[in-house]
Design a protein around this ligand. Structure first.
Ligand code: HEC
Length: 114
């Protein structure tokens, strides 16, 4: 009976650890899900250049720039070119502002994968 209780206890402890780990990674996971579902990852990767700059390059470029998030939110929404090369980024008029904010702040944080 005691044995049974400690097994049950261990399972509960393990399960609650699982939950708290998931909560900690929640915001990055959410940002990544938004980036994937809006096809950002078709042109961007976290750590290497594809069609557009890697998200880590973007974070590096704007480190310490307080205007960066507002500017980049507009750029994702409206598209644009000329900062990283001549290939333009298309506009994303259907994305809602909250999703854009979430993704841009995740990018500026260096696009952590957890
Ligand atoms: C069709 C390809 C394509 C898609 C899709 C795309 N991008 Fe881009 N992105 C680019 C290119 C190319 C650039 C470089 C533009 C430039 O040089 O100004 C860029 C630049 C950026 C920058 C840096 C802008 C700057 O001025 O420094 C950010 C941030 C960014 N993209 C985020 C996103 C997000 C978030 C999404 C998804 C909602 C996305 N991109 C989807 C191609 C793309």
């Amino acid at each position: 009976m005691n044995m049974m209780r400690s097994i049950v206890g261990a399972v509960i402890v393990a399960a609650s650890f699982g939950v708290s780990a998931a909560e900690q990674t929640g915001s990055s996971a959410n940002a990544m899900a938004i980036a994937r579902s809006n096809a950002c990852m078709g042109c961007h990767a976290i750590d290497r250049k594809l069609v557009g700059p890697s998200f880590q390059q973007v974070a590096e470029k704007y480190k310490g720039d307080p205007q960066a998030s507002t500017m980049l939110e507009k750029k994702v929404k409206n598209g644009g070119a000329g900062v990283w090369g001549s290939i333009p980024m298309p506009s994303h008029p259907k994305m809602n502002d909250a999703d854009i904010k979430t993704v841009v702040s995740w990018i500026l944080a260096g696009a952590p994968q957890k």
